[in-house]
Write a protein that binds this ligand. Structure first.
Ligand SMILES: [Zn+2]
Length: 282
């Protein structure tokens, strides 16, 4: 679930709180979370955190002496900063970075799946990381000017915009909000976009992600809450009235996510086939 705005506010908060902090030790209780072994985690001891930033949906923690921690939260991870250390019974911890003043930076993950991951890399290895190397241009703060060229493919917008190799940062929640803001059908193909559509889409990406971040700046505080208060207007709101026109928000259910849209404004009144529903009716 954490997408560009959630990762960005996490990076901002952690950067402000941790810049200059000295690491005492680090350990990875989540046996599968640490994806690298050289340099070892013990190399972090005694080093300083120089900054925390974001690339796409990933967090990048810069460490003195040319090291960098790359974190992918996947669908249920959080990177949180606590004043006290975790007890031994905290089963959500995947990585613990202890600061010498008693604070603890903690990668936690909720649910049963262990998917969130961490890599400890040398700074010069960062750009070669398989994930970062294939990342498309950032969706925010300035999506590419020529969005029509970027999206020129016979794939639905709902898929294209979530493809991190095409454009980085957007996922299942914000894609619904962006397409609704742009009044574009989630199934419109990338290569069917007019110049006008592309301009509306670009404006919608900026406005939607800006709006989310403005909201988070007001409400998100350290340690970074387990549940982030996503200011969503259509996503996960099937059956409710569209906040703009009052039509009923419709949904298409996929195996592990839901796509929501306003039929009156996005699909010319057409209600898209819900595969789950049609399967149930068979
Ligand atoms: Zn509407």
């Amino acid at each position: 679930m954490p997408e560009l705005p959630e990762v960005e506010i996490t990076a901002r908060r952690l950067d402000a709180a941790l810049r200059g902090a000295t690491i005492e030790s680090a350990q990875a209780p989540g046996i599968n979370a640490l994806k690298t072994f050289d340099p070892p985690l013990s190399a972090l001891a005694g080093r300083t955190i120089e900054g925390v930033g974001r690339r796409g949906k990933q967090l990048v923690v810069q460490i003195s002496g040319g090291l960098v921690i790359l974190v992918h939260l996947m669908s249920a991870g959080r990177l949180q900063l606590y004043d006290k250390r975790a007890g031994p019974r905290d089963r959500t911890s995947r990585l613990l970075v202890r600061i010498d003043d008693g604070r603890e930076l903690r990668l936690r993950e909720f649910g049963t799946r262990q998917a969130a991951w961490v890599k400890l890399l040398r700074a010069e290895e960062l750009e070669d990381d398989e994930m970062l190397k294939t990342l498309g241009p950032e969706a925010w703060p300035q999506p590419p000017q020529d969005l029509r060229a970027l999206l020129r493919a016979p794939r639905p917008l709902h898929t294209l915009l979530r493809d991190q190799r095409v454009i980085a940062g957007i996922g299942r929640s914000w894609v619904d909000e962006i397409l609704w803001t742009a009044r574009l059908s989630p199934f419109k193909r990338g290569n069917d976009l007019t110049d006008e559509d592309a301009a509306a889409l670009r404006a919608a990406i900026i406005a939607t992600l800006d709006g989310a971040l403005e909201h988070y700046e007001q409400v998100v505080k350290l340690p970074i809450p387990d549940k982030l208060p996503l200011p969503l207007q259509v996503h996960r709101r099937a059956g409710e009235p569209c906040p703009r026109c009052g039509a009923t928000i419709e949904a298409v259910h996929y195996e592990d996510y839901v796509m929501c849209y306003c039929p009156a404004e996005q699909t010319g009144g057409k209600v898209l086939k819900d595969r789950r529903l049609s399967r149930l009716l068979k």
